[in-house]
Ligand binder design. Structure first.
Ligand code: ES4
Ligand code: ZN
Length: 323
């Protein structure tokens, strides 16, 4: 059997703020004089028993307040990539949540400087290539997303695409039609979370109104056979995150996760870690978990890894190199 930790992999659904391990959170809290409402690393880790997406997001946003300087974002990004390099990561399309930082007075430029510096280091140190995707928070007003996009200025050239994340139910994709149109006009890649907690209609809207190239999560498409047919026919990649789905109680157990059925039905499925510091594993762990819980075969593992390279935003020569 293949070693799933050395199998070369691309990761397409990874929130950089979701790679913040408790140890680094406490280190940065001390450095920046930020008070975390927990006495220790252990106590923070004990909070990682989530009811649903919103209970996770509450902790996610609270803990990331320790990130204040460009150097903090650089340390975060380097730590993630050093770790993921040891699990076979070769390329990553990285999400970040700028509104969660600018709302606290951290300049967008500092965030991008730090993350980009970390990505450059990983390229030099590990040969890992990457792109950077700016996510809008869907539970904040669409006008705020639009204002941020219009104010990007010099920063526009430093991002490769946009995404849409945070609390899904009640915040449908169509609210963000305008900012997606502008991003597409600017030549950016466009993706969106849809069908994580909300139903297939959110996936359809992301495709029809936002015209996304990939759907993040998307697993609720299974409630609608005609939508599944469409996703198969149009070869729309889905960035599935099995561990995340279990930890946020979207799926009861890993053994019941539909990801391999989806693959066998012809959906262009990829496997990703989402917020690895919070959900118990990096991308190699995600593959290994599927082997242990679902009997992932070597052929399926190779198919998933190949789908991720094809669906990534790596440039064409790099994709050929990764094949
Ligand atoms: C997220 Cl798992 C998930 N879903 C939606 N938004 C997010 N932001 C970070 N992780
Ligand atoms: Zn996500």
């Amino acid at each position: 059997m293949k070693d799933l930790y050395t199998l070369p992999k691309a990761e397409l659904h990874l929130h950089i703020e979701g790679t913040l391990e408790p140890e680094l959170a406490f280190e940065l809290a001390a450095r920046n004089g930020v008070e975390l409402p927990y006495a220790s690393v252990e106590e923070l880790r004990r909070q990682y028993d989530f009811e649903d997406l919103s209970s996770f997001l509450e902790l996610y946003y609270a803990t990331m307040t320790v990130l204040r300087e460009a150097s903090d974002f650089e340390a975060l990004t380097c730590a993630y990539l050093d770790r993921a390099a040891g699990q076979g990561l070769r390329h990553v399309d990285v999400f970040f949540d700028p509104q969660a930082h600018t709302a606290r007075g951290v300049p967008l430029e500092a965030v991008i400087d730090g993350v980009r510096a970390g990505l450059d280091t990983a390229r030099a140190r590990h040969g890992i290539t990457s792109t950077l995707l700016l996510c809008f928070l869907r539970d904040r007003p669409a006008a705020e997303a639009l204002a941020m996009f219009d104010a990007l200025g010099d920063q526009l050239a430093r991002i490769d695409g946009i995404g849409l994340d945070s609390a899904e139910v009640g915040h449908p994709p169509a609210l963000f039609e305008e900012v997606y149109a502008r991003a597409r006009d600017a030549g950016l890649h466009v993706v969106a979370h849809a069908g994580e907690e909300a139903g297939p209609e959110y996936v359809r809207e992301a495709l029809d109104v936002l015209r996304v190239e990939r759907v993040d999560h998307g697993i609720q498409c299974l409630q609608d056979p005609r939508l599944v047919e469409r996703l198969v026919a149009d070869r729309v990649p889905l960035t599935v995150c099995p561990q995340s789905n279990v930890r946020l109680r979207v799926v009861r157990t890993l053994a019941e996760h539909p990801v391999l059925d989806m693959l066998e039905r012809g959906l262009v499925v990829t496997v990703n870690s989402d917020d690895p510091a919070y959900f118990g594993g990096y991308v190699g762990d995600a593959f290994q978990g599927l082997r242990e819980a679902l009997g992932l075969t070597d052929e399926q593992a190779v198919a998933l890894a190949r789908n991720a390279v094809d669906a990534s935003f790596a440039d064409a020569p790099r994709k050929r190199e990764l094949h």
